[in-house]
Design a binder for this molecule. Sequence first.
Ligand SMILES: [Zn+2]
Length: 383
Amino acid sequence: MSGCVGPKQHEHYVVVLSMDGFRSDYPDKANTPTLDSLANVGIKAKFRPSFPSVTFPNHYSMATGLYPDHHGLVNNFFYAPDLDSIYLMGKPNPAFFGGEPIWNTAEKQGVRTASFYWVGSEYPVQGRQPSIWKPFDKSVPFSSRGDSVIAWLQLPEKVRPHLIMWYMEEPDAIGHAYGPESTETLKKVEELDSIVGRFFSKARKLDIFDKIDFIVLSDHGMATCVPEKFVNLNDYLPRDSFDYVFDGVPALLYPKPSYTDSAYAILKRVPNITVWKKNEIPEKYVYGKNPRIGELFILPDVGSYVLFRPDTRLKLAANHGYDNFAPEMEAIFYATGPSFKQHAELPVMPNVNLYLIIARLLNLQPAPNDGDSTIVEQLFREK
Ligand SMILES: [Zn+2]
């Protein structure tokens, strides 16, 4: 497809919706007629989050096609020695964001884009942003976000975005609070399904509907917490032997250099967690080479949690950030529209492929990325 960036890109539209923390088996447990109908007319698969399976790195991995180790947003919280600065999720400093988001790839090639809260779109990465973007404001109802997307698709052709990426921060919060098996979470899943249903019934009335490819996905799943497995490192290690500590799932530790080996030996004996020196993290996670990752990396077992603070009260019914190969971490992926196969169920695929999927849909020349074109090709209809 190289060299064929032509008029096709100006006829075609892509709309991607991410619903945070939407575990892949929620549609089996709840009544989700909209998602079921997407599966019927298009593709249903599962998205494997990139490691670690947390929100900010994963949305940015999907946008850039790069693993967190490669784009530099290595966790929701970390210390960046290259910037001598701490990243806290949502912090508006574009210097943390490496790689090339798909909206930059598109805009550079003359294709207008819009984002409603996708991670990374609020800052000028490489000095660029989508033509339309919004600063995150959780008070804006999900249905209004969908109405804005519909309105953007009705803009005059000259200013109409051809790529729209939008975001809902549920069912993540409700999943954390009540757990993936709870009636509260499944009720929220059904509510979201009907919001998406109303969005599609409006989209179907658009003149350009048959030129739009839709993708509905999530960033990670959710696993029930087992409080007996929670670990407080205060019981094992002196906090003042570390320059920086980011506890949680996963936990990134930046020990004082002379203390690394002692801390490692102690952590090896702590139950319900796995500790690695960053250079011994197994290859399948594609993680550990980035200088922003602390010298010691702790992956709690599914259901466990790592604290490193005096206050041990933690109200959490469920969590993510665990091994991205654990089935509980698998996220949804649905795709429907003129370019995609119909009635197809495909196996789980790594979420870094989203970048290549969009590049292919919009006939864009992709920047270097970690996607796999053999996997991506399987999604498309024979021409
Ligand atoms: Zn998330």
